[in-house]
Design a protein around this ligand. Structure first.
Ligand SMILES: *[C@@H]1O[C@H](CO)[C@@H](O)[C@H](O)[C@H]1NC(C)=O
Length: 301
């Protein structure tokens, strides 16, 4: 089983994924996909501790090259229509308020000091709508791997609970999350860059609809070519084939919402708005939801 899996991964690396897609029946293809991904996860878990040590040095690189995360092709949202959106700084990232004291974001958004809730326009003072909190602790996913972006999730604890108002509201996590089918339309939002040029972020919160892309397709040579491997813990989503739609730098840590449900967290991408290099989102699988619940429960004691 092991070497079968290994050879499947090697074949993938040799750029043969396309032929899998074309010549092998779906059931077999699924099997190959699962085996390949399983090996990858094993490696990730083994490397988990070691990577924790090299974590700090890698983070700088990630933050500077995480171009996959300003809203491209989107539009300004109705102010405060996404009241769970958090603005994290510095670096600038998005986040999701999931309880009065916890914000979910991406693990690569390291060193966040301050969390702002109820923001629409960054440059306005918005004293009526905003609540600002300091960060007491960061809980990075224990298996976050900065090299291949696995488990790019982090929980941030606020110094004191927010009060829920019209402009600040928690997004309740569901108990189960279904892997969204390819073709599903989902919403992403953030204050990130709106094009590949320069470093300017958006002043106002923007959102765009992205379309989920099949993982096998997303791993083919035309797309990410297994560099990195898009695992079952990730979701590729981007253009519907006609319009460019993507997240970009500064959108990391924000939500991927499918039918109003939180399904993922903005993680990475190569440049922004390239149709064959869609945004990649950490998938809030059953396992990840359990980790979130456990972490929140443990620290409420
Ligand atoms: C996303 O799609 C929904 C449903 O089709 C639509 O109502 C909404 O305006 C779209 N949002 C954006 C930002 O394009």
């Amino acid at each position: 089983m092991q070497w079968l899996c290994l050879s499947c991964c090697l074949m993938h690396f040799c750029g043969q994924t396309t032929s899998f897609d074309l010549n092998i029946k779906t059931r077999d293809r699924e099997c190959i996909k699962v085996q390949c991904i399983r090996l990858h996860i094993k490696e990730t878990e083994m490397l988990c501790l070691r990577d924790f040590i090299v974590f700090i040095s890698v983070i700088v690189l990630i933050v500077q090259s995480s171009d996959g995360s300003e809203i491209i092709g989107g539009k300004e949202v109705q102010p405060h229509s996404l009241p769970f959106m958090a603005l994290l700084q510095r670096p600038l990232c998005g986040g999701i308020l999931i309880s009065p004291t916890w914000v979910l974001t991406a693990a690569h958004c390291a060193d966040i000091k301050e969390v702002l809730l109820g923001v629409h326009s960054i440059k306005e003072s918005e004293t009526e709508s905003r609540q600002v909190r300091e960060v007491v602790s960061h809980v990075r996913h224990p298996c976050y791997d900065a090299e291949n972006y696995a488990n790019d999730l982090m929980l941030i604890k606020l110094d004191k609970p927010v009060s829920q108002t019209k402009t600040v509201k928690c997004l309740n996590l569901g108990k189960t999350v279904r892997d969204p089918a390819a073709g599903t339309s989902c919403l992403v939002a953030g204050w990130g860059k709106t094009n590949n040029m320069g470093r300017k972020m958006s002043d106002v919160l923007r959102s765009v609809n992205v379309t989920v892309i099949d993982r096998v397709l997303c791993n083919t040579g035309e797309y990410y070519s297994l560099n990195p491997v898009i695992t079952s813990g990730m979701i590729c989503a981007g253009s519907d084939g006609k319009n460019v739609a993507d997240t970009c730098e500064g959108d990391s840590g924000g939500p991927l919402l499918c039918n109003g449900e939180l399904i993922g967290v903005t993680s990475f991408g190569q440049k922004c708005g390239l149709i064959k290099k869609p945004g990649v989102y950490s998938f809030l699988s059953q396992k990840q939801l359990k980790w979130i619940k456990k972490t929140l429960d443990k620290s409420e004691i």
